[in-house]
Write a protein that binds this ligand. Structure first.
Ligand code: NDP
Length: 252
C-alpha cells in the first residue's frame, strides 16, 4: 500500500506535464504535500487547483532549474509554506536530438544545463532536508528520472544519452554518499513514454522517426512511471530500490 505517503512532503520538478505532473498527482492523491516546480506558471496553477479539488495539498512554484537563483528562491518559498521536504523527484528534462555534425551547441547546453546541472541545483537545495529528515528517523527519498538512453545508444541522441548516463552515474554515486545517512536514492530509467517531451524536437525527420516508433511499439503512460515512484517511495525505509528500468513491453 502507498499509505505512508500521507506523512510525506515532496518536491517534484517538471511538474507542468508528463511524468512530473502524474507523479505529483499520485503522491498528492495518497496524502503527500507536494510542491510543483516548472517554468509554466499556468500549468502549475491548473494542476495545483486540480489536486486541491481532489482533496490534496499542493503548492505551485514557478522555477527554472537552469537558474541557481530561481531554484534557491523556489526552495525558500517551499520551506516557508511546507517546512523541510523529505521526498525529491527530479523529473525536469529536455530531449533535443540532432546529428552531432549539426553542432547544435544551443541544444547541447540546454540539455546539459537542465538534465544534469538542473538536477544538481535541486539536489543542492534539498539534500540537506533529506539528511536531516533521515537523522530524525523519517523516510527520505531522492528520485532521479534518467532514461533507458543512459544505456542504449540511439543515433542522433548522443548528447541526450550522455546527460542521462551522467545522471544515472550521479544517482549511483550519491547513493554511496547518502545511503550511509539513511537517505534513499532511486534512479528510474523509463523507455518510450507518451508525454510532451518530443514536442520540442527541432528536426522534422527525427520527430517523424519517433512518431513511427511510438505507433509501432506503443509507449508507457506517464502514470505508469508515477506508479513506480509512488511504489518505491512507500517501501519501508530500510528498502532502497536503487535502479528501476521500465519499458513498454514491445520495446526491445
Ligand atoms: P515533459 O516534456 O512532459 O516533461 C518535462 C517537464 O520538465 C515539463 O513539465 C517542463 O515544464 C519541465 N522543464 C523543462 N525544462 C525545465 C527547466 N529549465 N526548469 C524547470 N522545469 C523544466 O516530458 P516527460 O514527462 O517525458 O519528461 C520527464 C523526464 O523523463 C525527463 O527528464 C525526460 O528526459 C525523462 N524521460 C522521458 C522519456 C519519454 O519517452 N518521454 C523516456 C525516458 C526518460 P516547463 O516547460 O513548464 O518548465
Amino acid at each position: 500500500s502507498y499509505d505512508t505517503l500521507s506523512t510525506r512532503t515532496a518536491v517534484v520538478t517538471g511538474a507542468a506535464s508528463g511524468m512530473g505532473e502524474a507523479t505529483a498527482r499520485l503522491l498528492a492523491a495518497h496524502g503527500a504535500r507536494v510542491a510543483l516546480l516548472a517554468r509554466r506558471a499556468e500549468r502549475l496553477d491548473e494542476l495545483a487547483a486540480k489536486i486541491t479539488a481532489e482533496g490534496g495539498r499542493a503548492l505551485a512554484v514557478t522555477a527554472d532549474v537552469t537558474d541557481s537563483g530561481s531554484v534557491a528562491a523556489a526552495a525558500a518559498r517551499i520551506h516557508e509554506a511546507f517546512g523541510p521536504v523529505d521526498l525529491v523527484v527530479n523529473s525536469a528534462g529536455v530531449m533535443l536530438p540532432n546529428p552531432i555534425t549539426e553542432g547544435r551547441e544551443d541544444e547541447w547546453a540546454r540539455m546539459i544545463d537542465t538534465n544534469l546541472s538542473g538536477a544538481l541545483r535541486v539536489i543542492r537545495a534539498f539534500v540537506p532536508d533529506l539528511v536531516a529528515a533521515a537523522a530524525e528517523g523519517r523516510t527520505a527519498d531522492l528520485v532521479n528520472v534518467s532514461s533507458i538512453g543512459a544505456h542504449v545508444s540511439f543515433p542522433n541522441y548522443a548528447v541526450y544519452g550522455a546527460t542521462k548516463a551522467a545522471l544515472t552515474h550521479l544517482s549511483a554515486t550519491l547513493r554511496t554518499e547518502l545511503g550511509g545517512q539513511d537517505v534513499r536514492v532511486t534512479n528510474i530509467e523509463p523507455g518510450l513514454t507518451s508525454t510532451e517531451l518530443a514536442d520540442h524536437i527541432d528536426n522534422a525527420e527525427l520527430s517523424g522517426q519517433l512518431d513511427g516508433m511510438l505507433s509501432a511499439i506503443g509507449a508507457l503512460a506517464a502514470e505508469d512511471v508515477a506508479d513506480l515512484i509512488a511504489y518505491t517511495t512507500s517501501r519501508p525505509r530500510h528498502v532502497n530500490l536503487r535502479q528501476l528500468v521500465v519499458l513498454p513491453t514491445r520495446q526491445a
